[in-house]
Design a protein around this ligand. Structure first.
Ligand code: AMP
Length: 273
């Protein structure tokens, strides 16, 4: 089957199938992490739709919207190679009416951890994902665990707003040396690339400890030793993103964010207590 590229709602409407549809939302600059999501989606539905849209709503005024990598032609090659059925790549003008008024709020949970550093970011994420759900009409949507708080908030949106979409999380894909794949990794200089390994090293050091306090201390220690200044090192409940107490039982997320050179990176691992 030939890959269909839809640049607007009309094109998407024509490409829509009556079978089970899986959606993989992305901002393009596709890499092996995105590919793994496409492969999961392939096993879940008859038609796989990948959206490619650099969403202006989720970038703050001082963030990297204008320099975010855009590699559309090679993105299409990747989608075709993964057997994707439809790429939906709208323009910002097509997505957002100039006089738009209504958007979603990610609530208190959207203002925690990553949301505390990037005010409004998750409101923008939920608004665009809700629009993509409405436009594409998927039965299932696949998101990466790499963006753990985003995944948690999308699950929360689906529950709170009764959306008829199953949300599936997929594990983080890493380079052999531990660095989590990210579209932003291409900004890293060779020196930055080396220093960026401190994030996954910190997570690894934390994951080897037994108590929440020891996990936090090990991860913070590893980051401090690397000379990187972290935006946060947190150990939280994956469903609520609230810090876990010391007697917590179950699976927690150890999440870090730090600027390496001019590039801000995030990473996380799941740890069972
Ligand atoms: P992005 O294009 O960065 O907005 O990401 C689109 C989707 O790919 C999101 O669901 C991300 O969580 C997911 N993703 C990004 N990087 C990775 C990775 N290294 N492994 C798995 N999924 C990822």
């Amino acid at each position: 089957m030939e890959l269909i590229v839809a640049h607007d709602r009309a094109g998407l409407e024509k490409a829509r199938s009556s079978g089970r549809v899986a959606l993989v939302p992305t901002m393009g600059a596709l890499h092996e992490g995105h590919r793994s999501l496409m492969r999961v989606a392939r096993t879940l539905a008859d038609q796989v739709v990948v959206s490619i849209f650099v969403n202006p709503l989720q970038f703050g005024p001082a963030e990297d919207f204008s320099r975010y990598p855009r590699t559309f032609d090679s993105d299409l090659d990747i989608c075709a190679a993964e057997g994707v059925d439809v790429v939906f790549a709208p323009s910002a003008d097509d997505m957002y009416r100039p006089d738009r008024q209504v958007s979603l709020s990610a609530g208190r949970m959207g203002a925690m951890v990553e949301g505390a550093v990037r005010p409004g970011h998750f409101d923008g994420v939920l608004t665009v994902v809700m629009k993509l759900f409405n436009l594409v009409g998927p039965q299932v949507a696949v998101f990466g665990q790499k963006d753990a708080q985003q995944l948690a908030l999308i699950r929360r949106m689906v529950a709170d707003l009764d959306l008829p979409v199953e949300v599936v999380g997929a594990p983080t894909v890493r380079e052999p040396d531990g660095l989590a794949l990210s579209s932003r990794n291409r900004y890293l200089t060779p020196d930055d690339r080396q220093r960026a390994l401190a994030l996954s090293r910190a997570l690894h050091a934390g994951a080897a400890r037994l108590s929440p306090a020891a996990v936090r201390a090990a991860a913070e220690g590893e980051l401090a030793a690397s000379g990187l200044v972290a935006d946060y090192v947190v150990l939280v409940d994956p469903a609520t993103f609230a810090e876990i107490p010391d007697d917590f039982r179950g699976e927690a997320v150890l999440a870090v964010a730090a600027k390496v050179g001019t590039t801000r990176l995030i990473d996380n691992v799941l740890i069972a207590f």
